[in-house]
Ligand binder design. Structure first.
Ligand SMILES: NC(=O)c1ccc[n+]([C@@H]2O[C@H](COP(=O)([O-])OP(=O)(O)OC[C@H]3O[C@@H](n4cnc5c(N)ncnc54)[C@H](O)[C@@H]3O)[C@@H](O)[C@H]2O)c1
Ligand SMILES: [Fe+2]
Length: 423
């Protein structure tokens, strides 16, 4: 695990599921439960948010108007096959074409995009000579768009920008339009790509990646497949929870996290049971967006630290893992988080639950929306538990912000409690 690096605003640390970028903060403020946040309001802190956010059913229909209003006359649209087959790319391309601003499009992005896809995309964008890049898709498409827009303008290859604060300035302007309700990538300054040669996921982390415009149009999520709805939605809920309890959360991040919870609490189980429930879709789209802004200005914590080695080894959808580990990790965090869990429980419309009841409620949600059954289909060899626990516990960027320390022994116990282990 790399040590925190000296960066733009002092010492900065990365966090893969929405990287954090914050100065070391010497001061502290406390809570009635004795939990200590590291942010010193007097000393100050920085927040990084998208420049313009447009929300609402049908808002993506304004893309051409927004481009022309900003003087962007040549737009390139990035998407993937799933989004194209869901029928979401054609109307967007047609409206840009009708306004005379469509200069190119690609639906070739592979989910969890390899660096090579992004390099090819940057070449296509450069060749098209465009002045704005539109990412229409889930986290995979939006992350590819962010980095390709940087590479197309600033040169080099995507690998040159992996790490923290390596952009050296903004790339081509971007408009990010999510079609999943999960990652919040349209609101963050991180992009997660796959280094296929090294067999690992890598992060490009820089405020220069923030979208010029984010358009959150819940109608684009109406046809999301049930498994993606459940996994991405639960992951967004975990983002809100971890952002709220993170020791490095800024007060603005905590406010955003609480509102994210308020939006998603009454909606997550409902949208999984009734995919056509538009109000629930609206709430998940807005909630996941707010949760993205929240964790970008706080951090994800130990749930994500334990999720990464498991996801890397077994290719289980990320939200299945974070959803199933949230309960056990919140049980671990219980001694420090009574007031925060009561506040989150109230926001989620679950009631001001005591910590163990809060953790039980998370387990019940993961069970009800099918994540538990999905995880139970995977049997993890006993021999893998200790190495994964060691990797998870040494992930300082995700473990340090956790309200209660997590040792390798803790991680091992939690893996055994949550996973089917055998062989
Ligand atoms: N940048 C960040 O802040 C951030 C945060 C968390 C995760 N991530 C990254 O985001 C990626 C995952 O993103 P994701 O969960 O949004 O999934 P995704 O973008 O990988 O999409 C999953 C699948 O759903 C399809 N799909 C997307 N929208 C659809 C729709 N409306 N209808 C039908 N099919 C649709 C896609 O074609 C794809 O096949 C991972 O690479 C992850 O590491 C990034
Ligand atoms: Fe996540």
């Amino acid at each position: 695990m790399p040590a925190p690096a000296a960066g733009l605003f002092g010492t900065i640390r990365p966090c893969l599921c929405g990287a954090s970028l914050f100065p070391e903060r010497g001061g502290r403020y406390g809570s009635r439960t004795g939990r200590i946040h590291m942010v010193d309001i007097h000393q100050g802190y920085e927040n990084h948010l998208p420049r313009r956010v447009i929300t609402g059913r049908g808002a993506s229909g304004r893309l051409a108007e927004i481009c022309l209003g900003r003087g962007w006359n040549r737009a390139f649209v990035v998407s993937d096959r799933g989004v194209e087959s869901a029928g979401l790319l054609a109307p967007v391309a047609a409206s840009l074409q009708a306004a005379g601003v469509l200069a190119g499009a690609s639906a070739d992005i592979t989910p969890e995009p390899p660096l090579t896809d992004v390099a090819r995309l940057a070449d296509q964008i450069r060749a098209a000579g465009v002045d704005v890049v539109i990412g229409l898709g889930g986290g995979s498409v939006m992350d590819a768009t962010k980095v390709a827009a940087l590479v197309a303008l600033r040169g080099g290859g995507p690998a040159d920008y992996v790490g923290i604060g390596k952009a050296g300035g903004r790339g081509l302007p971007t408009i990010l339009v999510p079609t999943t309700a999960g990652t919040g990538s349209e609101a963050t300054f991180v992009a997660i790509l796959t280094d296929t040669a090294a067999g690992m996921k890598v992060g490009v982390v820089d405020p220069a990646l923030l979208a010029d415009v984010a358009i959150v149009d819940p109608a684009l999520t109406d046809g999301l497949p049930p498994a993606v709805t459940a996994a991405a939605g639960m992951d967004a809920l975990v983002h809100a929870i971890e952002a709220f309890i993170a020791r490095v959360a800024t007060p603005i991040a905590r406010g955003l996290a609480l509102e994210a919870a308020r939006q998603m609490g009454p909606a997550l189980e409902r949208v999984c049971r009734h995919p056509g429930d538009e109000e629930a879709r609206d709430r998940m789209a807005l909630g996941s967006h707010l949760a993205g802004m929240a964790f970008a200005n706080a951090s994800c914590c130990a749930v994500h630290a334990l999720a990464l080695p498991l996801g890397g080894r077994f290719h289980i959808p990320h939200g299945v893992i974070t959803g199933c580990f949230a309960g056990e990790l919140m049980r671990h965090n219980a001694p420090a988080c009574a007031a925060d869990f009561a506040a989150l429980g109230t926001a989620l419309a679950w009631g001001a639950l005591e910590p163990h009841a809060f953790a039980d409620r998370l387990d019940a949600t993961a069970r009800d929306i099918g994540l538990r059954a999905a995880l139970d289909r995977v049997v993890v060899p006993t021999a893998d538990i200790a190495p994964m626990a060691s990797v998870a516990a040494s992930n300082r960027r995700l473990i340090d912000p956790n309200p209660v320390p997590v040792t390798a022994a803790d991680a091992e116990r939690i893996y055994r409690a949550v996973l089917q282990v055998g062989g």
